[in-house]
Ligand binder design. Structure first.
Ligand code: S3P
Ligand code: PEP
Length: 423
């Protein structure tokens, strides 16, 4: 039984470590979807194994895909998509937005539900879009989980307009399944800007790598119908999950290397290079990976994080420890993430004596001396990571429900212990 609380370790001095972070959640779950829709088997190499990716594998198995372990890798053998099936999305945005368009391709009923908080996350636009593309979805008029997709074995597809300002995943979900729609798809976004542009680029890139014909313009994406290839898909390390480790170099004036950092990538975590450099870190990318060095002093950050919202919790923790104030903007959509992240970060940073204020679209954080206390995590993996960063410098940070970090990084506290241990 994991302990319901975790005392975040104080760094005994400057950290000096190499930390190999496991595979990208976003790439693993896209690779699983594309492999399940392909015309031949795939091998997914170095996948992330975490709650979100195991839920994705289980969902696709329930719909007829064969997914088996091959050492640490996953072998995916496409099968005929069929219901009846039940899909548990947990709290995974990728499962709740990427699986329903696949379920619409199945013959039979597919019931989709998730954690209580998952029922509050934005889903309405993709349900409406699926109906416009020819799928039958019974959501009891809620525009949210739970719902049942009544598949007939095919989806007509075609043109659809969607407001994806609440989540880029609403677009990604439609695009990933679209090569199997009779007419493919043209998705046009209308509304306030879509967040997380790199994740949309990741969707386009991975579809193309699998052989799909995709056109992407500003706010319009077209996917032609056609077969998807299988074969080997190698998953990059999760660069967003590298954030707390790299941040530790800044907080302690130490050095952290993340091996396997790609020289080119669609992952939003790559933006950490510029963001941490902007806070005063020395950042270098070389054959050994990405190395971040801190001097012990670092400044606050004034940044629009609209495209890289998932980095916000860890950057907010760094901001609370920085030498000058920070403004993190462009992230109103974080109110629909695992929890309302803006409210949660303000409550927990201020609970330790900090001075964080919620903006209409972000956070303003003025550093102040902090003290220990319980740090609540709201079923949000990234709040566990934020708490760990604070704990490096603040004795007595008592992290509630640390196991929730297993959403994307089950061995986080072990990796963290090796980082914060005396050399
Ligand atoms: O497509 C993806 O893999 C993701 C897209 C982003 O979602 P939003 O656009 O909803 O922020 C990101 O925050 C999430 O962690 C993963
Ligand atoms: C927003 C996140 O996750 P999800 O894929 O559930 O949307 C996240 O990992 O920061």
């Amino acid at each position: 039984m994991p302990s319901p609380h975790w005392s975040a370790p104080v760094a005994p001095g400057p950290v000096d470590a190499a930390v190999a972070v496991p595979g990208s959640k976003s790439m693993t779950n896209r690779a699983l979807i594309l492999a399940a829709l392909a015309v031949e088997p795939s091998l997914i190499t170095r996948p992330l194994r975490s709650r979100d990716t195991v839920l994705m594998a289980d969902a696709l198995r329930a719909l007829g895909a064969g997914i088996t372990d091959e050492g640490a890798d996953w072998r995916v053998t496409p099968g005929e998509l069929r219901g009846p099936a039940r899909v548990d999305a947990g709290l995974a945005g990728t499962v709740m937005r990427f699986v329903p368009p696949v379920a619409a391709l199945a013959s039979g009923e597919v019931a989709v539900d998730g954690d209580p908080r998952a029922r509050e996350r934005p889903m309405g636009p993709i349900i409406t879009a699926l109906r416009a593309l020819g799928a039958a979805v019974d959501d009891g008029g809620r525009g949210a989980l739970p719902f049942t997709v009544r598949g007939t074995g095919s989806v007509n597809g075609g043109e659809v307009v969607i407001d994806a300002s609440g989540s880029s995943q609403l677009v990604s979900g439609l695009l990933l399944a679209a090569p199997r729609f009779e007419k493919g798809v043209e998705v046009r976004h209308e509304g306030p800007p879509v967040p997380s542009a790199p994740h949309l680029e990741m969707t386009v890139r991975m579809l193309r790598d699998a052989g799909a014909a995709v056109e992407a313009e500003e706010n319009v994406w077209r996917v032609a119908p056609g077969p998807l290839r299988g074969g080997e898909r190698v998953i990059e390390p999760d660069l967003s999950n590298a954030a707390p480790f790299l941040g530790a170099a800044l907080v302690t004036g130490g050095r952290v290397t993340v091996p396997g950092w790609p020289s080119g990538t669609t992952q939003p975590g790559d933006a950490l290079r510029g963001l941490l450099a902007g806070m005063g870190a020395d950042v270098s990318l070389g054959p050994d990976g990405l190395t971040v060095r801190g001097t012990g002093e670092f400044r606050g950050l004034d940044a629009d994080l609209h495209e890289v919202g998932e980095l916000t919790p860890v950057l907010a923790a760094l901001a609370a420890l920085a030498g000058s104030p920070s403004r993190l903007t462009g992230v109103a959509h974080l109110r629909g993430h695992e929890t309302d992240r803006l409210a949660a970060l303000v409550a927990e940073i201020n609970g330790l004596g900090g001075d964080a204020v919620e903006l209409p679209d972000g956070l303003e954080i003025r550093p102040r001396p902090l003290h220990g206390g319980v740090f609540h995590t709201y079923d949000d993996h990234r709040l566990v990571m934020a708490a760990a960063v604070l704990g490096l410098a603040v004795p007595g940070v008592d992290v509630e429900n640390p196991g929730t970090v297993g959403k994307t990084l089950p061995n986080f506290t072990d990796l963290w212990a090796s980082l914060a241990a005396p050399a």
